[in-house]
Design a protein around this ligand. Sequence first.
Ligand SMILES: *Cc1c(COP(=O)(O)O)cnc(C)c1O
Length: 406
Amino acid sequence: MSTSTSPIITNPDANGYFGQFGGVYIPETLITAVRALEAAYNDAINDTAFTGEFEELLKVYVGRPTPLQFARRLTARAGGAQIWLKREDLAHTGAHKINNSLGQALLTKRMGKKRIIAETGAGQHGVATATAAACMDLQCDVFMGTEDIRRQRPNVQRMKLMGANVVPVESGSCTLKDATNAAMRDWMATSENTHYIIGSVVGPHPFPMIVRNFQSVMGREARQQCLEQIGRLPDQIVACVGGGSNAAGIFYPFINDTQVGLVGVEAGGRSQILGDHAAPLNFGQPGVLHGSLSYVLQNDDGQTSDVHSISAGLDYPGVGPEHSYWHDAGRVRYTACTDEAALDAFKAFTRDEGILPALESSHAIAHALDLASSLPKEQVVLINVSGRGDKDLDEAIRLLGGTESL
Ligand SMILES: *Cc1c(COP(=O)(O)O)cnc(C)c1O
């Protein structure tokens, strides 16, 4: 990691780069659509009719602000710094993803488009987008690999109940990567009347910036809540990193508070062997994936690698370009947590706090427990609890060896 002393860039340049990372690596036919999106977004955020409607939706529909909570028993377990929680598990649909889907659905209406499409793997982004479509009366098609449709039946049912059409994708490994390619292909033919809601801080510019900004409501709230409830800013903020949207959203409003340490936790999986984890910032190299240049897990020939994680939401070979920039600039530290450590944290957290965390969030919890135990009692470690774990219950119980062993 190279540590630069120059100030941190907080917005992409005119070509969509955060330092060396980002850009617009897409077919010619989509250039008009992403340019129109950028123009519509810049116009919208300067219009109080748009920002006011978004804020109102976040308040009355999502239930924001989500609470900032002191984790008393978890703090005692760690025996060091105080642990505080940003409770995104309490947002409508049970995770942070709804913030982005609603923001982009509002943009869709503003652009005069009637249809939204999305890709989904575990189904969480599909559910958030189907929810936004129902709320705003938009037609919605969600692309999903047939293997994921089989594994994620309850989310498929939710999407269908909300009126979305789930489009089965039967190519490649029939999972997220293939669903993303199918959504891109659809968009090339339909961008005139369709907006593609990308679910994390990935994809071609301006998506990483737009998603980060819609998700930054978490960091803005947390900053104000820390000042009100603790009387100062936290010493460390810990968030899990899949594509990187919950981490970017909570980190961004603290990026210039250089006294606040920021830690992103990737999926360390089963081992450090390529194919056994999903940790591109720990083990990948710069490359182009899904429209932008960023760290990617790839083999010696530059082919995107297969990935593994206990949590479906972290199971992605790439990461948002701004994270790659923060990594190389030394502003955010990126570490990885194994499947086993995440499962232990899932169990401990539920037992201590009476909150079932998502397996994704459990990666952040595992690292935060270690970190807090190494820090003095006056310090504050804030965890972004990105989502609730009801969706992971069957899988977690199976991995823990059944309820009899609890
Ligand atoms: C999708 C998801 C993630 C991973 O996505 P990011 O873009 O990295 O935030 C993390 N936590 C939960 C609960 C999710 O649903």
